[in-house]
Design a protein around this ligand. Structure first.
Ligand code: ADP
Ligand code: UVW
Ligand code: MG
Length: 399
């Protein structure tokens, strides 16, 4: 069964065509910088001739054009992997916010679509792009079943003490204001890999997903017990461009004293803060380069970033009354040894001790980086949200 997985972001589309249940990636790629003059379409496929790839730069006005460009590559006479879009049986969509309505993967119907639309205000950077991806895919892959896999679903096992907020009850009861949590597909995927690898299911795990957006989850016996993001994907950890936890008074101060409008505050906290606000760069590789040039602000930003993660490790360990393993994942978690080093230093009290040599380089898909005296396993595991989405689709429709 061919599953085409689409992960639509605000300005990008990541995609993979995966043959299930073999879990074989037939092709993969990304459309980046949608809406700009220098958009880029990347495509990589395995064919009888070996690996083929193509990268093109041309203006891609919107998600519809982006997906059409991808469909053209999929069916290209020379480097394509299918002859007709109808060969795709299922399209799996990452949908960031599923609210309380969706605790599991859904076959997309008009009702599911209208619910996803209702949730736009809760994830304004993500759900509209996800919705657009669904509408365009329905046109291009018109014979395929469309499936939604929600970032929030894995976190629906959180107990009430973790997800309720101390505001009047009616805001929860009438308006669904509570903590939801995001990146659930990634937290689920890496926690399951860790459970398989450690050959034990009753484990207390902390999964740390560090990409552009960053979040952590406390996972006990395979179930999410708490997570660092809340109503929307803004709070918790410091991220590429998002501030994460801040004192709410900052918002009132910005509005009442500094004359900001609410939409300016929103843009400030979502798009201009985090590592970008602290250093002028959102990509950790650029910030690393600044540190090597002696930039003190860049160094301080790294310390803030790691300090926030340490605080969540402490609180999640308290929540679970113990800790067996910490898992680093996402572009930063998988590649940035300095982040892992700063997070793990001076954590002996919690049984965490990093081996600096093992932390240096990545040799295995699942790499252990703890020292010999560490009570807690420290694992670096590559996330694969696309594969997890394909698995969910196969689970729903495979038989
Ligand atoms: N070799 C590396 N060293 C340090 N950071 C890296 C490296 N490669 C990628 N990153 C970081 O990973 C981030 C992207 O992570 P990713 O999980 O792909 O993000 P997302 O899926 O949220 O777009 C980049 O912005 C960069 O900060
Ligand atoms: C939910 C979220 O923050 O997603 P991303 O990291 O893809 O921006
Ligand atoms: Mg991501």
């Amino acid at each position: 069964m061919h599953v085409f997985v689409i992960n639509s972001g605000s300005s990008s589309i990541k995609y993979q065509l995966i043959s299930m249940p073999e879990e074989q990636v037939i092709c993969s790629g990304m459309v980046d910088r949608i809406g700009l003059a220098n958009s880029r379409v990347d495509y990589k496929a395995k064919s009888a001739l070996g690996e083929v790839s193509r990268s093109e730069e041309f203006p891609v006005a919107d998600h519809s054009e982006g997906l059409k460009a991808v469909a053209k590559l999929l069916t290209d006479a020379e480097i394509g992997v299918i002859s007709d879009p109808d060969q795709v049986a299922v399209v799996g969509h990452r949908v960031v916010h599923g609210g309380e309505k969706f605790a599991s993967t859904q076959l997309i119907s008009p009702e599911v679509k209208s619910k996803i639309k209702e949730l736009f205000p809760l994830a304004p950077l993500h759900n509209p792009a996800n919705f657009l991806g669904i509408e365009v895919a329905e046109q291009i892959f018109s014979k395929a079943k469309q499936v939604a896999v929600f970032d929030t679903a894995f976190h629906q096992t959180q107990p009430e003490v973790a997800y309720r907020m101390a505001i009047p009850n009616e805001f929860y009861e009438k308006h669904g204001i509570r903590n939801y949590g995001f990146h659930g597909t990634s937290h689920k995927y890496v926690s399951e890999r860790a459970i398989e690898y450690l050959k034990q299911s009753n484990l207390k795990l902390i999964t740390i997903h560090l990409g552009n957006g960053c979040s952590m989850a406390a996972v006990q016996d395979g179930k999410c017990m708490d997570t660092s993001m809340g109503l929307g994907p803004m709070n918790g950890l410091i991220m590429g461009t998002r501030a994460g936890d801040i004192d709410q008074s900052v918002i009132f101060h910005l509005v009442n004293q500094l004359g900001y409008s609410l939409s300016e505050v929103n843009a400030l906290l979502n798009k201009k803060s985090g590592m970008l606000g602290l250093t002028g760069f959102s990509d950790m590789r650029d910030i690393q380069a600044q540190i090597s040039q002696g930039n003190q602000e860049a160094h301080l930003a790294y310390e803030l970033y790691a300090y926030r993660i340490k605080k969540y490790i402490g609180s999640f360990t308290a929540v679970m009354n113990g800790l067996d393993a910490v898992i680093f994942t996402g572009g930063v978690g998988e590649n940035d040894r300095m982040t892992r080093h700063l997070v793990c230093e001076q954590m002996e009290y919690l049984g965490i001790q990093l081996d600096p040599l093992k932390n240096e380089g990545r040799k295995q898909a699942i790499q252990e980086i703890q020292g010999k005296d560490s009570d807690v396993k420290l694992l670096v595991i590559s996330t694969n949200e696309e594969l997890e989405i394909a698995k969910q689709c196969f689970g729903l429709l495979g038989n």
